[in-house]
Design a binder for this molecule. Structure first.
Ligand SMILES: C[S@@+](CC[C@H](N)C(=O)[O-])C[C@H]1O[C@@H](n2cnc3c(N)ncnc32)[C@H](O)[C@@H]1O
Length: 269
């Protein structure tokens, strides 16, 4: 972990001048991203990089861009989605309705995966299902609302979608542009809105909240209050799914009990 003052000075500059809330994120994550920018720009240490970024607006944009934690995918960690499918069915069988919140939804592939799973279940009536999807990033939400995804070198969308044997009923592929379009009926089940999990208010009445692969970047002192916001948004006995490498802090062991430890599925006590 960097201990020198120039790292701290750089973080302060990013917070006050560039408007990026560095204090919410853990140092090792920030260090990894900044070091990667230092390598790209040929800077040998934080002081040199600090001088460079301060006088170069293109690099300021690149740095902010590199910090937006936007990695996602359809049915990310496919094995988890078998557990999610069971949760959807269990709630549906007792309630005949489902209210789902995909928090930190990035470009929408997670909430659309949920919607496709709902549409794919012959027992669930999707007209009684609402999926709210939120993120702090307006840019990510814009892509999410469009429901249009371009194949890239780093993501094989057909492979991601193949979690569902017949995904072609839910997504159209345009081979001339290498683009996948989520179909309107899958889109209709999902609504998008901006929400900041650190500063935003809880919501209410949810049966399932997914909040995956955000906590790994967040400083421990914010993690607990974010999980409390989620707990307040969930109905009692209802479900939370976090990322595969994330954990519930010990202080919240009496709020969330594991239903499926391996897949990080919990129940609100
Ligand atoms: C790595 S992505 C996770 C996407 C998806 N949940 C998944 O697991 O594939 C993390 C997302 O968290 C969002 N994010 C970062 N800080 C946030 C905050 N304070 N409140 C809500 N979302 C936030 C980022 O914009 C990004 O889209």
């Amino acid at each position: 972990m960097p201990t020198d003052d120039s790292f701290g000075a750089l973080l302060e500059y990013m917070e006050t001048d560039l408007g990026f809330a560095t204090s919410h994120y853990n140092d090792s994550y920030l260090d990894r991203r900044i070091t990667a920018r230092m390598r790209r720009t040929g800077c040998d240490d934080y002081t040199e990089y600090f001088d460079f970024v301060r006088s170069n607006s293109d690099e300021q944009a690149e740095l902010l861009n590199s910090l937006s934690i936007n990695v996602t995918g359809f049915f990310r960690n496919p094995e988890v989605w078998d557990g999610v499918r069971d949760v959807l069915r269990t709630v549906w069988e007792s309630e005949r309705r489902l209210k789902i919140w995909s928090a930190a939804c990035a470009d929408g592939r997670e909430p659309y995966s949920l919607s496709m799973l709902v549409h794919d279940d012959a027992v669930i009536d999707e007209s009684n299902v609402q999926i709210l999807a939120t993120d702090i990033s307006d840019e990510a939400l814009e892509v999410a609302r469009s429901g249009t995804y371009e194949e890239s070198r780093t993501s094989d969308l057909g492979d991601e979608l193949s979690f569902l044997r017949d995904y072609t009923q839910y997504v159209d592929y345009d081979s001339s542009t290498n683009t996948y379009h989520v179909r309107d009926d899958v889109k209709r089940t999902v609504s998008f809105e901006r929400h900041d999990l650190i500063n935003g208010r809880p919501k209410s009445g949810f049966d399932l909240v997914t909040c995956r692969n955000l906590f790994i970047y967040i400083d421990t002192k914010y993690k607990q209050s974010m999980l409390e916001t989620i707990a307040d948004s969930l109905r009692r006995d209802r479900y939370l799914v976090i990322g595969k490498s994330e954990t519930i802090p010990p202080e919240l062991k009496s709020t969330f009990s594991p239903v499926d430890n391996r897949h990080r599925i919990y129940r609100r006590l």
